[in-house]
Design a protein around this ligand. Structure first.
Ligand code: 21W
Length: 226
């Protein structure tokens, strides 16, 4: 999988040099390129923003550097995502679809008040939001999407099954987990987990998943919301 990320703030992506993502890159499981949109500005001051014709506060990312940056990496097999509060809200099943359908993602991070609408018309395949709250730009969303997609690549997670048996894969939350000691501050680990009875333990896990979902995310059990 190849992921090209276009941004005015390449230094934000230092996060990718840590932990799981770093190892995935080193093992050659994914190629991630951080591309500075400013490098594509043809203006002598390397300008990348301009005033909106509509007036109002703030600046917009201008067309030319963004258009050239996208086209420098785009091929017939690329899928171009622009992160925007207007976009489709990112959910686990869509992360999976992106992983299954595309070998090359181009992630465009907006900043300031956004980008010129014609870039969306000309270059963008899909707009994605990561939730209903306001951020300062698309960099964190790009890191969120990259992180979520990478988990599907076999070998990125140590345990082969990790990606499938987790929360959201079947719309249920996970069961509670415990490690040693068997009693801490007067609180005991559920007896069944110490029993060694694997059949009973499996039954307990499944019951707990339903109870946890009812307690924390009853909306996930509501069929009318699917
Ligand atoms: C926030 C840009 C608000 C622009 C007139 C027309 C990407 C994001 C973002 C941002 C505005 C995502 C305006 C969840 C997010 C992002 C920065 C408002 C002003 N005036 N997912 N338009 N939340 N946010 N635009 O904020 O770029 S994905």
């Amino acid at each position: 999988m190849k992921i090209d990320i276009l941004t005015l703030f390449p230094e934000s992506f230092e996060y990718f040099n840590s932990s799981v993502i770093k190892k995935a890159k080193e093992k050659g499981l994914v190629e991630i390129n951080i591309i500075n949109i400013r490098d594509f500005s043809t203006n002598k001051h390397k300008t990348v923003d301009d005033y909106p014709f509509s007036g109002g506060q703030g600046m917009l990312m201008m067309c030319q550097p963004l258009f050239d940056a996208i086209n420098s990496v785009k091929t017939s097999d690329s899928y171009v995502i622009y992160f925007s509060p207007k976009g489709r809200t990112l959910k686990q099943n869509y992360v999976h679809t992106l992983y299954e359908k595309h070998n090359h993602l181009i992630l465009v991070c907006g900043h300031y008040e956004g980008i010129d609408e014609r870039i969306i018309e000309l270059c963008v395949d899909e707009q994605i939001s990561i939730g209903d709250y306001v951020l300062t730009g698309g960099e964190l969303p790009a890191m969120v999407l990259t992180d979520a997609v990478l988990r599907y690549i076999p070998e990125v997670l140590g345990n082969e099954n990790s990606a499938v048996d987790e929360s959201f894969s079947d719309n249920l939350l996970e069961y509670p987990q415990y490690t040693r000691p068997a009693e801490f501050m007067g609180l005991k680990v559920p007896e069944v987990l110490l029993s060694g009875n694997h059949k009973e333990i499996e039954k307990w896990k499944q019951e707990q998943r339903i109870l946890q979902t009812k307690k924390y995310r009853p909306d996930l059990l509501d069929d009318t919301k699917k």
